[in-house]
Design a protein around this ligand. Structure first.
Ligand SMILES: *Cc1c(COP(=O)(O)O)cnc(C)c1O
Length: 383
């Protein structure tokens, strides 16, 4: 197995070696690494719910009542009332008929795409879709067609070429996880209707973030004609872990019967369901935490615009600063980390070659002081 070390050395030389950082504290805007406290700008815990007192208490109470594990696949004897309560809550939150929860968002994407499509079908994806979508496409055996990022002419060109396939499915991220821009979903829907394609959105970074009540991209655009499949995750703004699919009752029944990444895995622990329900309750009762997140976003965006940095078309709490070269990106990230600000470099294959970047994510718990520290570091180190 000498190839392992050779390949690792190769990664190191290219500036692509990946290493863990170890947090000694809970997730939050200030985290402890080693003996130092860092201001954290990398977390997807947009609303600070991963460490919220009510969410924690709800989870602890659920553990007291239900224990820690569900013990089996949902279809054997691991289907517990808390999982169903969460699914009912999510369907309502998303304004959909039905919902199915998976252990992770990755498994939801992998499962739903590979269950709905086969070798006779085509899946049409934005070039910058998340890796879990791409892996779902590969597993499905469907033909994969890629359109240029958020480019509706490119999407239409693809749709014209795939009329002879049995089923057509367009899949897009709502908020693109590395660029921070929002998919033009109403335009995608129009094209999908014209060319008889199904539409699936990945609301991972939109749930709890987009729309006045955090319901996601459908609320953001106030859409009447909704996508056929809405996927989301509980691991970002909801603060815990788990993925979900929302849609029609028949879609959900079909997945329960056919979806391998749902059937052949253990049901998610009831305590995680309880904590996710608690997070959703907080979002429903206090939508002002979403406003706080967006206030922070606008505040930082304006300051960054004044510095003339390449932040692509970001218009969400995900803000990239594109530097291009892999090694330079890591160098800059290291210098920023020396100031006890946690910001990491994102490199290929997560982003296309030559577009390595710092990726900032803001949360509702960041203060203006935290953000000012970040701006100062960026100004002095990058510009
Ligand atoms: C994080 C993410 C996922 C995966 O969700 P997990 O619950 O973390 O597995 C899927 N899609 C997108 C766009 C994501 O950002």
């Amino acid at each position: 197995m000498e190839f392992l070390n050779e390949e690792l050395k190769n990664l190191e030389e290219k500036g692509l070696y990946r290493k863990f950082k170890t947090l000694l504290s809970s997730q939050g805007v200030e985290v402890k690494i080693g003996d130092e406290i860092f201001i954290n700008f990398c977390s997807n815990d947009y609303l600070g719910l991963a460490n919220h007192p009510y969410v924690k208490l709800t989870m602890i109470n659920a553990i007291e009542k239900y224990g820690v594990g569900s013990g089996a696949s949902r279809l054997i004897c691991g289907n517990m009332r808390e999982q169903e309560r969460l699914e009912e809550k999510l369907a309502k939150f998303k304004g959909e008929e039905s919902c199915l929860v998976f252990p992770t968002g990755y498994m939801a994407n992998l499962g739903v795409i590979s269950t709905l499509l086969d070798a006779e079908d085509v899946v049409i994806i934005d070039r910058l879709n998340h890796a879990s979508i791409i892996d779902g496409c590969k597993l499905s055996k469907a033909k994969i067609m890629v359109y240029s990022h958020v480019d509706m002419n490119s999407l239409e060109d693809v749709l014209k070429k795939v009329k002879n396939f049995r089923r057509r499915l367009i899949v897009t991220d709502s908020v693109f996880s590395m660029d921070g821009d929002i998919a033009p979903l109403p335009d995608i829907m129009k094209l999908a209707r014209k060319y008889h394609a199904m539409v699936m959105v990945d609301d991972a970074h939109a749930t709890g973030v987009l729309g006045k009540n955090g319901r996601g991209i459908v609320e953001y655009y106030n859409m009447k004609d909704k996508p056929d499949i809405i996927m989301g995750t509980l691991s970002k703004a909801i603060g815990s872990l788990g993925g979900f699919i929302c849609g029609s009752k028949s879609l959900i029944e079909y997945l329960k019967n056919k979806c391998r990444s749902f059937i052949y895995t253990t049901g998610i622990p009831p305590s995680l369901c309880a904590s996710s329900i608690a997070s959703l309750e907080i979002i429903e009762k206090n939508p002002e935490i979403i406003r706080k997140l967006w206030d922070n976003t606008y505040y930082l965006k304006e300051k960054l615009n004044n510095l003339n940095l390449n932040t692509l078309s970001s218009n969400t709490p995900i803000i990239p600063i594109v530097l291009g070269d892999e090694k330079k990106t890591i160098e800059v990230a290291n210098k920023i980390q020396e100031r006890k600000i946690l910001l990491i470099g994102i490199r290929p294959p997560t982003v296309p070659k030559g577009t390595s970047r710092l990726r900032i994510t803001l949360t509702s718990n960041h203060t203006k002081i935290h953000i000012e520290e970040l701006i100062k570091a960026i100004e002095e180190i990058i510009t």
